[in-house]
Ligand binder design. Sequence first.
Ligand code: NAP
Length: 338
Amino acid sequence: MNPSDKRKFGRTDLEVTAFGFGTAPIGNIFRSIDEATSEAMIERAWRAGVRYYDTAPMYGHGLSELRTGHGLRWRERDELVLSSKVGRLLKPARRSSIDFAPWHDAAPFELRFDYSYDGVMRSFEDSLQRLALERIDICFIHDIDVFTRGEEQPAVFEQAMDGAWKALSSLKEQGVVRAIGVGVNEWEVCHAALQRRDFDCFLLAGRYTLLEQDSLDQFLPLCEERGAAVVVGGGFNSGILATGATPGAKYNYAPAPDDIVEKVRRIELVCKEHDVPLAAAALQFVVAHPAVPCFMAGTRTVEQLEQNLAWFAHEIPGDFWSTLKEQGLLREDAPVPA
Ligand SMILES: NC(=O)c1ccc[n+]([C@@H]2O[C@H](COP(=O)([O-])OP(=O)(O)OC[C@H]3O[C@@H](n4cnc5c(N)ncnc54)[C@H](OP(=O)(O)O)[C@@H]3O)[C@@H](O)[C@H]2O)c1
């Protein structure tokens, strides 16, 4: 599979590359990345033909949008597709009063949730200023899931389906954005949102991967029916599908539990038999689903990026996938690469 292959973005007139550049790491999630590495990764991705970049105001409290804009500002704008998100406003504050976790050396702004019509319009304008770009192509309503909002989630979801939806629909009608959607960590929330509103797309993190395919039951079939595109982020489940079952491997941003480590070990045995790197299987599996045009990959170093690009292109024999299915390690009905 070629990382620079262009794929139709659902029912919209956009095309994205099959491999996307996720910018949570250059917002300094968990630890800092220096400016030179951030620039070098964007440059390397561009040279490899990667033309879809995803950022958000939350990442590094604005730092990721600043760095993404810096890396992309002088490229031919029509050649690339950019997504960002709405739902948090950034307010200047003293560093000592800001809760930065999990971001390191972030920008001095505190995050305030706001899914109202006015808040979303303001958030969108602020993103353009930080990026110093004239437009954002795809805009997701960010983090209206239980994972992020806990008990408040039902109320937050309602506000988003009203104010945020109206604001994004208006931006789309005006031609300011070309696709609108929801970016969360739970397929159930995406499914509920698609039942309520006519979204073009979703950024689903961690819930359609080599380890988890419950979204095949209801959500992904509905996306196919409606022509909604699903960008899969967190396709390494935050680490373990890239590193393998090594000590300290991460699953969903925390140490991997025993049952997950065991499942990854069993998948790794099949990988060994077929001479397939685990991460190559993780990357390529996701984009075999007809509703998924893109794997949004997060990387921390140029070396990781190069490795991921190579894994994306690694040839995988067809019987690898059938063995995973025979051993109950992959759902029978999961589409696999041809
Ligand atoms: N709610 C949302 O809308 C949402 C949520 C999550 C993600 N996203 C998007 O999706 C993107 C990707 O998600 P993600 O960054 O959270 O997770 P991910 O792609 O599952 O994992 C990224 C991590 O995997 C490890 N990794 C990647 N390539 C590797 C390699 N070649 N070798 C070893 N380890 C490797 C790195 O961990 P180490 O840092 O430990 O080295 C990296 O930080 C984000 O950047 C963002 O754009 C959106």
